[in-house]
Ligand binder design. Structure first.
Ligand code: EAX
Length: 328
């Protein structure tokens, strides 16, 4: 009799546990987010922090699975997937964004931002916050600006000591019209290419070089396939946390706030890692054999782009460019 009572109790308890577990599981929504660099990087930190913060702020009701090294596709494909809703989130550089939100390409103009403090102030200020709203009508919710960093030139042909040294170099570029136009102004032969193909293209000599921030160059071990680095800092590359707009709109007001706040914390972690990389990367890359030109007279590169700047002023309006330049 006693055994029967024990068995009945055991069945009841296991039923309760199963019920609780399925209730718990049912209450948890799993989302996916991707970046194009390795996990141990400024981009990896961005999405790892977002995932941790969202789970914490929603008491585990939302879990974000993180994918690295372009494993869900390169940046443009990832933005397309988020726009379609086949992927809920991505962190991307603004490289491919002009294909989705043309207004954003003003941020890709070379030598527009003086330094990191200036770039961050613009993005976190009225100009940047207003720009985030431009994503809404394209099926994308831009949660916050992140940061890829100031971009520098690498190649295997020769040291770039002056703008004329870039003439004739076949360089991989992002699929970004502003960059392509600007690099032609340097005499570069631009080859737009998804980031996932860049390491192999450099290894096989399909292109002579590429340009990216120190954080990307180190995270993706470009020292293994590139000999020369010049710290041109020719373009500031923002990052952005993107979410499928319909998915965001379905969230409760509290959960919308949770995602937005989580993205702000993640953006800070992302920028902090860029700051750390900026301090350590040059010595690290030199120790791995790269020849680094670090005494760069940026005014020479800006002068070389004068004809292109004249066109950028027509494209974006001199007033807009000056407003960004003047922002504190
Ligand atoms: O991870 O495609 C590029 O060059 C971008 O900088 C990308 O974020 C690199």
């Amino acid at each position: 009799m006693k055994a029967l009572r024990l068995t009945t109790l055991a069945i009841a308890v296991s039923g309760l546990i199963a019920g609780f577990a399925s209730q718990q599981a049912a209450a948890q929504t799993v989302m996916r987010i991707s970046v194009s660099t390795a996990q141990n990087s400024h981009q990896g930190v961005a999405i790892d922090t977002l995932a941790k913060e969202v789970e914490k702020r929603t008491n585990g009701r939302y879990k974000i699975q993180t994918f690295y090294s372009g494993s869900l596709g390169a940046e443009r494909e990832a933005v397309e997937a988020v726009q379609l809703g086949t992927q809920e989130l991505t962190w991307t550089s603004t490289g491919p964004i002009p294909n989705f939100v043309p207004e954003v390409k003003v941020f890709d103009v070379p030598f527009l931002f003086r330094d990191y403090a200036h770039a961050r102030a613009v993005l976190d200020g009225p100009i940047g916050q207003e720009m985030l709203t431009k994503f809404d009508s394209k099926g994308l919710k831009a949660l916050a600006w992140g940061e890829n960093g100031f971009r520098h030139m690498t190649n295997n042909k020769r040291a770039i000591n002056a703008p004329e040294d870039m003439k004739g170099l076949k360089m991989r570029t992002m699929e970004n019209p502003v960059h392509i136009q600007a690099y032609k102004g340097f005499g570069i032969i631009p080859t737009p290419m998804a980031f996932t193909e860049v390491f192999t293209a450099l290894q096989q000599g399909t292109v002579d070089g590429q340009e990216n921030p120190l954080s990307v160059i180190t995270a993706n071990k470009f020292d293994q396939v590139q000999k020369y680095l010049t710290l041109t800092g020719h373009v500031y590359s923002p990052g952005v946390f993107l979410m499928n707009k319909a998915t965001f709109d379905k969230l409760s007001a509290a959960d919308k706030q949770a995602f937005l706040e989580a993205a702000k914390v993640a953006a800070k972690a992302n920028r902090d890692r860029v700051d750390a990389d900026e301090k350590s990367a040059v010595a690290d890359l030199r120790s791995k054999g790269m020849q680094v030109v670090d005494n760069v007279d940026k005014s020479k590169y800006q002068t070389a782009l004068a004809p292109v700047f004249a066109d950028f002023e027509k494209q974006f309006g001199k007033a807009t460019l000056d407003k960004i330049r003047a922002a504190k």
